[in-house]
Design a binder for this molecule. Structure first.
Ligand code: ZN
Length: 257
């Protein structure tokens, strides 16, 4: 089975001890490529540094809604500069998070809007984080528009009708570890309703491990458990499912490897 993780944070301290080892195992774990995601300007710089070291790791640069209130005046210029690297294949993660509200709604909206505009200008796909803010995020994206390259609603956590609305806009739905939680019937229903062609797999590692590893560190290889769960839900062969999921990720992020 060949798998892809479209949302990892391998530059976080959780991987300090064994990153080389972990990346060294990518090919035997069936991992085709990983997209390593930044959460603010400095963090995106680290994310890019890591991606620059490994041929199977690409990178996304952006400011997470939690960090929205802390951005400096010229942060968009800095993200743009980072995006000059061919290793940067997306903008994000950006979006709205009203669950924690670490930054004010006003700041979150402003910084999300500015990054959507940047993604449009550079025509890079956008990696969108939404928590308890689907209504506002949808309204903003409707108004501003997505880049032609599209986007992904990462760690999707709303219901089927929201999934279909975002798909109609040109988004993929990012599915990870929470799909394997027995009680998460809602997300299983989403997968059944939207079908394989609208899904990309992810981990959000070190967070959101699948059921087998709850309470432990998540890592890209565990995408396999997500693929297996998707196959069960859709009653399809895991190998075929993984091939389609790989194709979706390549299409969204314009990766030919
Ligand atoms: Zn993330």
């Amino acid at each position: 089975m060949r798998i892809v993780d479209t949302h990892a944070h391998l530059h976080f301290s959780h991987f300090k001890g064994d990153l080389e080892h972990l990346v060294g195992r990518f090919s035997s774990d069936g991992i085709e490529f990983v997209i390593n995601v930044g959460i603010d300007v400095d963090d995106s710089t680290e994310s890019l540094n890591l991606a620059s070291k490994f041929s199977s790791i690409f990178c996304s640069v952006g400011v997470h809604p939690h960090e929205a209130s802390k951005v400096e005046r010229d942060y968009i210029q800095k993200l743009k500069k980072l995006a000059e690297s061919p290793k940067v294949i997306a903008i994000g993660e950006t979006g709205l998070d009203y669950y924690r509200n670490f930054s004010s709604k006003e700041d979150q909206k402003r910084v999300f809007q500015e990054q959507l505009l940047l993604a449009k200008e550079l025509d890079l796909p956008v990696i969108i984080h939404i928590r308890d803010a689907y209504e506002d995020a949808y309204e903003m994206i409707s108004k501003i528009g997505l880049p032609n390259a599209g986007g992904v609603i990462h760690a999707f956590s709303a219901d089927t009708s929201w999934a279909l609305k975002f798909i109609e806009m040109g988004c993929f739905i990012g599915i990870g570890g929470p799909l394997t939680y027995p009680k998460n019937i809602s997300l299983k229903n989403v997968v059944r309703a939207i079908g394989i062609e609208n899904i990309v797999t992810e981990t959000d590692c070190p967070y959101l491990p699948p059921q087998q590893f709850r309470g432990k560190r998540n890592e890209p290889a565990y995408v396999r458990f997500v693929v297996e769960e998707i196959s069960r839900i859709l009653n399809e062969d895991p190998k075929e499912i993984s091939t389609q999921l790989l194709q979706n990720a390549r299409e969204l992020f314009s990766i030919n490897q």
